[in-house]
Design a protein. Structure first.
Length: 117
C-alpha cells in the first residue's frame, strides 16, 4: 500500500488525500470535500497481464455557457501500465514512464485539449 495521505500539487496548491477505501488491490484517496480523488488499482487480465491504473480526478462547479447554470463536472487524468507477468523489470517500466512524462509537457497537453492526434 502507498503511505498516506497522498499529496498531489495542482496549481501550486497541495491536494492532500487520505485513503478512504481499500478493497483487494484497489485503493481510493479523497479530499474531505470530494473535490479531488485518486484511485489506484491493479488487475490481472485474462491474457495473464497486469494492468495497473492510477486515475486522478477533480470535481468542480462549472458554468454552462448556454444556460448560465452552474453544475458539478469532473475531469480526470489516467495512467495505465499494461505489462506481462514476467519479462520487464521495474527499471524498464520506470524508463518508459519517465520518457512518457517528458513527452507529456504543456505543449502536448494543449494539443490533446485541442483534440490533435
Amino acid at each position: 500500500m502507498f503511505s498516506e495521505p497522498i499529496s498531489i500539487t495542482v496549481n501550486a496548491i497541495a491536494q492532500v488525500m487520505p485513503r478512504t477505501s481499500n478493497v483487494g488491490q484497489r485503493s481510493t484517496y479523497e479530499k474531505a470535500d470530494a473535490t479531488f480523488n485518486l484511485t489506484i488499482e491493479h488487475l490481472l487480465t485474462k491474457s495473464s497481464r497486469i494492468r495497473s491504473v492510477a486515475r486522478f480526478e477533480q470535481r468542480a462547479i462549472v458554468p454552462d455557457p448556454l444556460t448560465s447554470v452552474n453544475d458539478w463536472e469532473n475531469i480526470a487524468i489516467s495512467v495505465v501500465i499494461d505489462r506481462p507477468l514476467i519479462g520487464f523489470t521495474a527499471a524498464q517500466q520506470d524508463q518508459l514512464l519517465t520518457g512518457f512524462r517528458a513527452w507529456l509537457a504543456t505543449a502536448t497537453s494543449d494539443k490533446l485539449y485541442g483534440r490533435e492526434s
